[in-house]
Design a binder for this molecule. Structure first.
Ligand SMILES: *Cc1c(COP(=O)(O)O)cnc(C)c1O
Length: 216
């Protein structure tokens, strides 16, 4: 397990060396890994973790979150509307908000409760048919719906850019879109490209395999 801490330290120092003005949050994406692998990071005080499945998140995190209220759990995977209520229970951040139906469900959950989540709107920045997220031309309207009509706390935009040599171009476009909405936080960058994402203003990077090792 010491290699997990070493990898995590290495990533932190890589990020520090980029000398960004704003602070960057590392969301440790722990999907498929058991608590044995995750615990060392919790023990050194890391608070932000991410999962991509509601059921897995509930069974892995319910008890430990109850015991450690500082822990923040991020939903980064595609979210079906029939899982949204359960997601609301276990997660603190939703990175994959991309349908009006989800917005309506979360808004209803928040009406009856003190728990407010933080949200990122997912953008299909490469316009890829297999990827979720909203097309660029729908972002403005969707953002207004979330904030003005439904009162959701939208932190920023999120994207998983196409896996090709143009990643930087997509990061740049995301940064422009985020700024055009006046948003302060930006969720982008994974194990292979988080340094570039940060150069283009990412403030939440979602890093899995570079911390925990490869998923089988
Ligand atoms: C799995 C996942 C990550 C982490 O990917 P790595 O390449 O392992 O760092 C980030 N974002 C999303 C949406 C994911 O599903």
């Amino acid at each position: 397990m010491s290699s997990i801490l070493e990898s995590f330290d290495k990533i932190k120092s890589n990020i520090k060396n980029l000398e960004t003005k704003r602070s960057v949050n590392i969301v440790a994406i722990s999907k498929t890994f058991s608590m044995d692998h995750i615990k060392p990071l919790i023990d050194i005080g890391h608070d932000h973790f991410g999962e991509n499945k509601v059921q897995e998140a509930l069974s892995k995190w319910t008890t430990i979150k109850y015991d450690n209220q500082k822990l923040k759990l991020h939903m980064v995977g595609k979210l079906q509307s029939n899982k949204a209520k359960d997601a609301y229970k276990i997660f603190d951040y939703i990175h994959s908000l991309d349908t009006q139906k989800l917005v309506d469900i979360f808004s209803n959950c928040e009406k009856d409760s003190l728990k407010k989540l933080k949200y990122f709107i997912q953008v299909n920045i490469g316009n890829e048919s297999q990827k979720s997220g909203l097309p660029i031309n729908e972002i403005d309207g969707f953002y207004n719906y979330c904030t003005k009509e439904k009162n959701l706390n939208i932190l920023g935009l999120m994207a998983i850019p196409p896996n090709n040599q143009n990643t930087k171009k997509y990061f740049e476009k995301m940064s422009e879109l985020n700024k055009s909405l006046g948003l302060k936080e930006l969720s982008m960058g994974m194990s292979s490209d988080y340094e570039d994402a940060i150069r283009y203003d990412a403030t939440y990077v979602r890093i899995g395999s570079s911390i925990f090792g490869s998923r089988y």
